[in-house]
Every structure is written in C-alpha cells, then in structure tokens.
Ligand binder design. Structure first.
Ligand code: URA
Length: 423
C-alpha cells in the first residue's frame, strides 16, 4: 500500500479496507509526521465508519501486548472519560473487589484540568503505581484489586497517534477518540468493560448528545470485538463530591469509604457497580441498598487499605497538605444554582494540580474544598469554599474568577440528574 493512496482515499471519503488500516498502523514509524497528520485531518473531516473504527482500534491494541487475565476471571475494567473531582474509580474499584469481581485497573495521569487517578494515588506517601504485569497478577490473586499506571507497551501506536493529534488539532474527532480509548481497553484484556462517559462543562463531551454518540461508538467497537460492554452517561456540569485536587480527593475517598454520605459520588458509583455486576453475571445478587452498604460499611475500605498496603503506600505518614488554606466566604445569599465544573477545573489547574504536558510535575497538595453544593442555602459571609494553595498570591490570582463561576438564586433549584442514560 502506498501512503499517498491511503491518505487520498480518506480525503475522498472512501472506505479503508481492514488490511490498509493494519498496514498503516503496523508501519506507523516509517511514515513522516506530515503524512500521518494529513490522514488524521482527512479522518477528522470525513470520519470513519464502524468497521474502520473497529479495525483501527484492534490494530492499535495489537501494536503492543494484549494482556490476559485467564486465571483470574471474572475480571472487569472501568474507564471514565474524565471530569472535575472525578474520584469514582477509587470508589468503584474497592467496591467491585469487595463484591468479589477481580479488577486490574490500568489508569492514566492527568492531562489538562481533569485529574488522573494515578496522580491522585501518588499523593499517598510510598504508593507505587508502576507494577509489572506479574506483580499485578500476584496482587489480584491475593486481594482482587490493583490500580497501576499503564505501561508504555499498552497500545503504543495510540500513544504515537495521540501525541501527533495533540499538536495538530485532530483530537476532536469521534472515531479517533473512540478508537483511542477502546484500543487501551482492548489491550488491557478484560472480558468485561464498563464506561463512564461524562457530559457537561467539566467533561471532554460538553453535551449529552455528544456523550451518547461517543458512548455508542465505544460500545459498538467493544461488541464488535466480542467484549461484554456497557456505558453509563453521567452528569459533569458540576464538580463531583466536595473535594477537588489530588490528595484532597484521596481524603474524600477515605471519608466515603468510612461511611460519609456524599450523595453524588454514591449515586454514580452504585449505578456503575450495579451495571458492572449485571454485565459480569447477567443479574445482580445484591440490590442498590446492599451495594451501598458494601461501599459505606467498611468492606470496600478494607479492600482499599489492603491495596494501599500491597502497593507500598502508608497513610499513617499523612497526605500532603497545602501551605496556605483560605476560607472564602459568600458575598451573596440564596440557593446555589450552579457551580461550574469547568471553572473549578481551571482554578485547580492554575493552583498546580494538573498538567498540559505529560512530563510536567504537579502539586499533590493543592485544590478546592467546596463547603456548599448545588441546592444548598447560604447566607452572606457564610463559608462557601476553601482554597488550598502553595502561596497567598496563588489564592488571590484565582479567587475572583472562582467566585464568578458560582450562581446564586432565590428559588431552590431542582436536583441534578446525575445518570442520563445507560447504553
Ligand atoms: N482519551 C484518550 O485516551 N484518547 C482520546 O483520543 C481522547 C481522550
């Protein structure tokens, strides 16, 4: 196959045969960045159909190792498209393990303002995220769960394509996003996959319609490749939970697993766990109430603590704390109508909790603690939120903008719908 013909075919909206897609991905290193970019731009403009998207996914998955968990079945993998304060994975993994399903979870680091699970876990002193596959298997055999960083051999062709997409304005393409995410899920090798596709200002997909399109594409790819797969579309216009920032989110995970009833986190994790169990067993032996018990009564906490211990973490040393903490009081009164997730994400990013390049360092200690949430009533001068920062200047830099993203009104707003659809 000639690369010029391959590019030309997509520029003219022609369908690629599977062999051409395989050839392109297998020989990715022999093409110039310019050639790859031309193809990516043609895909962004003209799309890929379902067969092409599945073929691209499989080719990228096959560019590295495909893991196997045969001796550890049933196993499940979870993916979130990312959001602000999204610590759901860190609740879901111990809950599912407490239920009795093995979960080898390979996660990423933060990019942009949404946090990465690996960064959050690395705020625990000593916690190791770079386990070998054999170490992960040994750990799963003993305790049923592990959360580790994905090795560079997991879908390396996606890594290369993503790096080029990132600098050529070609991230924003449904088939490229769907195949990129799914190539890593296929390479991770579990038979069961549950996807949390977030919709809203703090998410990759800004509207429920786009989130549905992406979810349908990813579920379609998974089913085409014989996976048990479901997607849940969840709300991401407001931050999840009260704490946003790496070590702050670990703190909140420990609070919930110790029985603290943080309604939005609990509702979403229970929905995902219920759907995941259905996926694995066809039905669930437990009701939502029983799953909630498992989450809050200490069973999931035990699993989480055993994972921290197995991966070398030590909670007794204490989580990183920010040097400066300022309580910000409300200048208005009434009911909170909206706390814009994107605005909070930007604030937390500028405090140093996120990164734009994978090589940048982050500050685990900084972030925001909301003291009030959607629908809460507040009076003037009542504490509204805390800013955890490394300096007074950092606090002053974000304070005004942070407050401008919170809307007040005199009428109590209706409750947020947190789960939009299950696909
Ligand atoms: N996340 C991914 O892994 N890939 C994309 O293309 C977008 C988000």
């Amino acid at each position: 196959m000639k690369i010029e013909n391959f590019i030309n075919a997509k520029q003219h909206s022609q369908k690629h045969p599977v062999e051409d897609i395989n050839y392109f991905i297998n020989n990715l290193n022999s093409f110039s960045q310019e050639e790859i970019t031309q193809w990516l731009k043609a895909v962004k403009a003209n799309g890929l159909d379902d067969d092409e998207t599945s073929a691209l996914t499989l080719a990228m998955a096959n560019s590295g190792n495909i893991l196997s968990w045969k001796e550890l079945e049933p196993t499940i993998d979870k993916h979130s498209t990312g959001g602000i304060g999204d610590k759901i994975t860190l609740l879901f993994v111990p809950l599912i393990a407490a239920y009795g399903i093995n979960i080898p979870k390979l996660s990423g680091r933060s990019l942009g303002s949404t946090g990465g699970t690996i960064d959050k876990l690395e705020s625990i002193p000593g916690f190791k995220t770079n386990l070998s596959i054999n170490e992960i298997k040994e750990q799963i055999k003993k305790i049923g769960l592990a959360v580790c960083s994905a090795s560079s051999d997991l879908a390396p062709a996606d890594k290369k394509l993503y790096a080029i997409r990132d600098v050529t304005g070609t991230i924003d393409s449904m088939p490229l996003i769907a195949s990129s995410i799914m190539s890593k899920k296929i390479a991770t090798g579990t038979q069961n996959i549950i996807l949390d596709v977030k919709a809203g200002s703090g998410a990759f997909m800004k509207t429920i319609e786009d989130a549905k399109l992406l979810a349908n594409k990813m579920v379609g790819i998974g089913r085409n490749l014989n996976k048990n797969i479901k997607a849940v579309i969840t709300e991401m216009n407001e931050p999840l939970g009260y704490k946003i920032g790496n070590s702050l989110e670990i703190e909140e995970v420990l609070e919930v697993l110790s029985g603290e009833k943080v309604e939005d986190l609990i509702q979403i994790v229970i929905c995902l766990a219920r759907e995941a169990i259905h996926l694995v067993y066809g039905s669930s032996a437990k009701t939502d109430t029983e799953l909630k018990d498992l989450l809050l009564n200490g069973a999931a906490l035990k699993k989480f603590e055993s994972m921290i211990k197995a991966q070398g973490g030590n909670l007794n040393i204490g989580l990183p704390q920010a040097k400066c903490i300022e309580v910000v009081k409300s200048e208005q009164e009434g009911y909170i109508q909206k706390i814009d997730a994107d605005n909070i994400g930007e604030a937390v990013y500028s405090l140093g909790a996120g990164r734009r390049e994978v090589t940048e360092n982050i500050d685990h200690s900084v972030g925001i603690v909301l003291l009030k949430k959607h629908g809460d009533k507040i009076i003037r001068n009542e504490p509204l939120l805390e800013i955890h920062a490394k300096s007074k200047e950092d606090i002053e830099k974000i304070k005004r903008k942070l407050l401008s993203g919170i809307t007040f009104g005199q009428k109590e707003p209706s409750k947020l719908k947190l789960v939009h659809e299950i696909i």
